[in-house]
Each structure stands twice: as structure tokens, then as C-alpha cells.
Design a protein around this ligand. Structure first.
Ligand code: HEC
Length: 311
């Protein structure tokens, strides 16, 4: 029996192909399937074992058959083994299609009559692989010319720019879904009732010991007035909760305990308490906080106030 590949190549190749197929078809997230699902490893191990077992059985059967063959059959077998790949019809066909070499006996007919100091020249045709490549290049050039210079397909710069624009959109899209990517710069005030309720839950679990359940203030300052020690507004409040207050004041950084999305929720909840006037609040601390980026009306009002004052 003639085998295409020796056994020491066949077994690893089949095994590797099956391994790759499993990795390709089984969705295992960012970890390889054989690590995530131990059953896959078991399956692969059994598969490898069977593969080797089959090879051993086949080899044994071959061996036995060989001993049963007659002298004549053995000779035929040996001959068949000696057939090389270069003797196959397909190989010869391909070779003829690519290289049309004339046998050396015909060289005399090709020899050109002149002689350059003993150097003679053969009048060979160009090798077919070369001419074919040459024609292919001409065809390619026409396609290229038509595509980019006549029909105005995007060039590399244009392609790059569209791809970058698409990627930018994808990043925006991703940021919208990835809630925990927010920081004090990008955080926005949440107004959704669900988020405020979630923020309240976080507050009741972590913050009431110092700020009181109604946020009126105890060890920590009153969070419901418009006075802020560390700045009001969602960005500052988010920053204070994330990084903590001034050293030694008792307000720790919560970034190790709470996720950014939770900090955003509790910050939004705290701000929703503005002006809720709890009973018996802690006296105001800090300064009245004015948003520098406040809507224009506020600025217009101060302008107005100034003009009024001048008159
Ligand atoms: C161990 C007590 C303690 C706990 C618990 C605590 N805080 Fe504070 N908090 C303080 C103190 C004290 C300050 C004042 C910090 C300063 O003066 O720098 C403060 C300041 C603040 C401020 C800034 C107030 C301002 O006027 O600028 C916010 C907002 C705040 N805390 C929110 C929270 C939230 C939300 C939680 C729960 C996740 C929480 N705190 C948990 C003690 C606490």
C-alpha cells in the first residue's frame, strides 16, 4: 500500500486539524476552548490516543499482509514504492505548461551561427512561465487603470480615512455600552429613576454612617445644600467619591469598592437630593458652588444684574 504522508507527519497533522476545527467552531470567548471546557481536552486526548492506536493496528496489518504476499507481489510492491512524484502525469503536465525546455539533443538546431570569442548563443523561446506572468501583468494594469483612474475607486488615503472614521464610531458605540469606562471628565448626570434608585441603594449601604440616611450630614458634610467643600456638579462629586476627600478628613476613595458606574449612580442620587432640606442638617460647609459651564441664561442674568447695578 502506498501512503502519501509518513506516519510521523500524518498523526500530528490530523490531530492539529481537529484541534483547530474545535477552536474555530466552539465559541469560548477570549480563552481557548480546550482550557475553558476541560471536556474538550479530554476529547482531544482520547482522539490522539485512538489516532495512534489506529496507526499501530494498520502498521501491524500491513506487516502481516506483507509476509503473506508471494515473491512476485512483493517485487511489484517494491516497484510501486519507487515511483516518484516527478513521474506522475499531472506533474509532467504542469511542468510542460510552465517550462517548455527542448531536450539537450536538439540543441544543435537552436544554436545561432555566430560565435563571440568562443561564447555561443542558443535561440531559445522565452520560458512560458515568464510570458504568462508578463501577460497577466498587462491585464492587471488595465484593470487597475480602470478601477482607480477611470471609475475613481477610493485610493489608499481615502480607504484609511473611511476606516478610521468607522473605527471612531465603533469606539463611541462601545463607550456607550461599556458603562464602567467613565471618569470624572466624561461622567454625566443620570436622571433615570432606575439609576437613582440604584444610587440610593449604594448610598444606604456605604455612606449613611457618615452622611446620615437623609444625607443631612454627620461626620461628613451635608450633601443636600448648595455648599460644597470639594466642588458640586456631577464631575466634582464623581471625582470626590472616586478619589476621596482631603487627607485625614475621613472621606475615603471609593474607587476600590465601587465600580465607576455605581459611583456615577450614587453621585447622581446625591445631586438629586439638592434642596431636599432634611431635618436638623449639619451647618453648611464650603462655598456655594457655581457651575462655570452653566447654561447661558445664568451668564445673561449676571450681565443683566451688572447693567442694572451700573444704572
Ligand atoms: C467614614 C465616613 C464617610 C463615609 C463612609 C463617606 N463619607 Fe463622604 N465625606 C466624609 C467626610 C469627612 C467628608 C469631607 C471631606 C473633606 O472635607 O475633604 C466627605 C465628603 C463627601 C463629599 C463632598 C462634599 C463636599 O462638600 O464637597 C461627597 C459628595 C461625599 N462625601 C459622598 C459620599 C458618598 C457617596 C459616600 C458613600 C459611597 C460617602 N461619602 C461615604 C465622610 C464619609
Amino acid at each position: 500500500m502506498k501512503k502519501i504522508l509518513p506516519v510521523y507527519l500524518r498523526v500530528p497533522i490530523i490531530f492539529f486539524a481537529v484541534f483547530l476545527a474545535m477552536e474555530y467552531f466552539i465559541d469560548s470567548g477570549d480563552r481557548p476552548a480546550f482550557l475553558k471546557y476541560p471536556m474538550i481536552s479530554v476529547f482531544l486526548a482520547v482522539f490522539l490516543f485512538l489516532l495512534i492506536a489506529i496507526e499501530m493496528v494498520v502498521a501491524a496489518v500491513d506487516n502481516v499482509t506483507y509476509h503473506l504476499l508471494t515473491e512476485e507481489q512483493r517485487r511489484q510492491l517494491e516497484e510501486a514504492k519507487e515511483v516518484k512524484i516527478t513521474d506522475s502525469k499531472l506533474y509532467k503536465k504542469i511542468k510542460k505548461w510552465l517550462v517548455k525546455d527542448r531536450p539537450i539533443e536538439e540543441e544543435g538546431e537552436l544554436l545561432l551561427s555566430h560565435d563571440y570569442d568562443g561564447i555561443k548563443e542558443l535561440d531559445n523561446d522565452l520560458p512560458p512561465w515568464w510570458t504568462k506572468l508578463f501577460y497577466a501583468c498587462i491585464v492587471f494594469a488595465f484593470i487597475y487603470l480602470a478601477k482607480y483612474h477611470i471609475f475613481g475607486h477610493d485610493d489608499q488615503t481615502k480607504e484609511f480615512e473611511t476606516e478610521m472614521a468607522e473605527a471612531k464610531l465603533a469606539v463611541e458605540e462601545y463607550k456607550k455600552t461599556a458603562k464602567d469606562l467613565i471618569d470624572a471628565e466624561t461622567v454625566t448626570l443620570l436622571t433615570d429613576a432606575g439609576d437613582i434608585a440604584a444610587g440610593k441603594a449604594v448610598f444606604q449601604t456605604n455612606c449613611i454612617a457618615c452622611h446620615r440616611p437623609d444625607a443631612g450630614g454627620a461626620i461628613g458634610p451635608n450633601l443636600t445644600d448648595n455648599h460644597w467643600i470639594l466642588g458640586g456638579g456631577i464631575k466634582n462629586v464623581f471625582h470626590t467619591i472616586t478619589e476621596g476627600g482631603r487627607d485625614g478628613k475621613g472621606m475615603v476613595a471609593w474607587k476600590g469598592t465601587l465600580k465607576p458606574s455605581e459611583i456615577q449612580q450614587v453621585a447622581s442620587y446625591v445631586l438629586s437630593l439638592q434642596g431636599s432640606n432634611p431635618k436638623d442638617p449639619k451647618p453648611a460647609e464650603g462655598e456655594v458652588w457655581v457651575d462655570e459651564n452653566a447654561p447661558k441664561e445664568a451668564g445673561a442674568k449676571t450681565e443683566e444684574a451688572k447693567t442694572v447695578a451700573q444704572n
